[in-house]
Design a protein around this ligand. Structure first.
Ligand SMILES: [Zn+2]
Length: 126
């Protein structure tokens, strides 16, 4: 069974619930105002870790350049190394100058796995 979440506060809601019981968000209106890319970017904070990973992957595949600062922030702020690594891969796939600049900034990250991944990805690119 699929769980539905409020896109504004990520509280679990029922399917087709018009309004979030926690934050009061009008869910359909909220979604209608956002582009697909914006919705994907917000889903980087989805409570389900598998969804977060999938979203990072899709953002990379779609080469969503507006996602670059959000992917970089996710790498910096998340304690979940898997999402960090997935966001680094997405930055490489997006591959524009801003994305590569962010990727380079992680070469000296204090977390060895993040730094090693950033170095390996940049090496792959060159
Ligand atoms: Zn809500």
């Amino acid at each position: 069974m699929t769980t539905f979440f409020c896109p504004a506060c990520w509280t679990a809601t029922g399917k087709d619930v018009p309004q979030c019981r926690i934050c009061g968000c009008d869910i359909q209106e909220y979604l209608a105002e956002k582009s697909y890319a914006q919705r994907l970017i917000e889903a980087l904070n989805h409570p389900d870790p598998t969804t977060r990973l999938r979203v990072a992957f899709i953002l990379g595949r779609r080469r969503e350049s507006e996602a670059v600062p959000f992917l970089a922030r996710k790498v910096r702020e998340s304690r979940d190394l898997y999402i960090g690594l997935a966001c680094l891969e997405a930055l490489l796939e997006i591959g524009d100058e801003a994305a590569l600049e962010e990727l380079r900034s992680f070469r000296e990250d204090e977390r060895p796995l993040i730094a090693a991944k950033a170095i390996a990805l940049l090496h792959e690119k060159e």
